[in-house]
Ligand binder design. Structure first.
Ligand SMILES: Cc1cc2nc3c(=O)[nH]c(=O)nc-3n(C[C@H](O)[C@H](O)[C@H](O)COP(=O)(O)O)c2cc1C
Ligand code: SF4
Ligand code: SF4
Length: 270
């Protein structure tokens, strides 16, 4: 029996994860889809009701090979009934590291039953025209693939590739600066401050508290005037590194959560 009610729970500063989660949900035509957005720092678990659903899709991006800290903190506050869950990470074409395994564990701690894990390639948050990586993804082709996933052939992997593991810890902070604001272009609309997942932007001065800035660049993507921008500390290194991954063809892949087998998958799932 196909799910009649799907609930998406998502942390998605620049929208790639949410697009991928919605594409997975679109597989079940006619199902009612509801969404809980945990991206905003004003999210309050106490004021959030998770409706009963037949399937939960739990989505986060990959930050430095794992689940971003604010997402972990917000998900830990939620408890769900024993609903089957698709755990989904979107990643910027490099490597998803231990993020899928970590998200499966978080889902289980929330009371969910992980039944399928999905890794979805997306545009890298640090991607720009000078150093492009996965621009525009998940695109139409990715969304089609996410809505037509094949049954998983292997368990969720835990291994890390060598090259990404050589990057310094906190590499996004090392390789990029706090987003600048062009005072000529800025209209002081405040949208960037509203979109910041860590409340790093002061709503009245629009200044950024560097210690709170994750370099997610949600503020850059949200600005309607292109007044905020990404700048690299070592542009040549980012260009070289992204170029290595730019040509690789990444497609959405699904896996069996740790400890489960193909027999555990509900027949309607895939
Ligand atoms: C701080 C930071 C660290 C990241 N680390 C990785 C990584 O380890 N591997 C990877 O492939 N992409 C990485 N990315 C890219 C994001 O996983 C990717 O852009 C993701 O789709 C963003 O999701 P969103 O659009 O829902 O915010 C990182 C992005 C940021 C901001
Ligand atoms: S200020 Fe930093 S944390 Fe906030 S949206 Fe911009 S890049 Fe992300
Ligand atoms: S979203 Fe852009 S225009 Fe609006 S306050 Fe922020 S920087 Fe200025």
């Amino acid at each position: 029996m196909k799910p009649e009610h799907i609930h998406i729970i998502c942390y998605s500063p620049t929208g790639g994860t949410l697009t991928a989660a919605r594409a997975v949900a679109s597989r079940y035509q006619g199902a009612i889809v509801t969404e809980t957005d945990i991206t905003s720092p004003s999210f309050s678990a106490a004021e959030t009701t998770i409706p009963d659903a037949d399937l939960v899709i739990l989505g986060t991006p990959v930050y430095e090979a794992t689940v971003p800290r604010p997402a972990v903190e917000r998900l830990r506050q939620l408890s769900c009934s024993s609903t089957p869950a698709v755990t989904l990470v979107s990643y910027g074409q490099i490597d998803f590291g231990s993020a899928l395994i970590d998200l499966e564990q978080i889902a289980a701690a929330m009371g969910l039953i992980p039944i399928l894990s999905v890794a979805a390639p997306a545009e890298h948050s640090l991607s720009t025209e000078q150093a492009p990586l996965g621009r525009g993804r998940p695109d139409e082709h990715d969304r089609y693939n996410l809505a037509h996933l094949s049954p998983p052939a292997s368990p969720t992997p835990v291994d890390r590739q060598l090259l990404p593991s050589l990057l310094p810890r906190g590499s996004a902070r090392v390789l990029t600066r706090v987003p600048r604001r062009d005072l000529q272009l800025c209209t002081s609309c405040g949208l960037c401050a509203q979109r910041c997942p860590t409340a790093a932007i002061d709503i009245s001065t629009l200044a950024i508290d560097s210690s709170k800035c994750l370099r997610c660049f949600a503020c850059v993507k949200a600005c309607p005037e292109q007044a905020r921008s990404i700048s690299y500390t070592i542009p040549i290194l980012v260009r070289w590194f992204f170029h290595r991954y730019h040509e690789k063809e990444r497609t959405p892949i699904c896996y069996l959560p740790a400890g489960s087998t193909l027999k555990d998958l509900p027949t309607w799932l895939l």
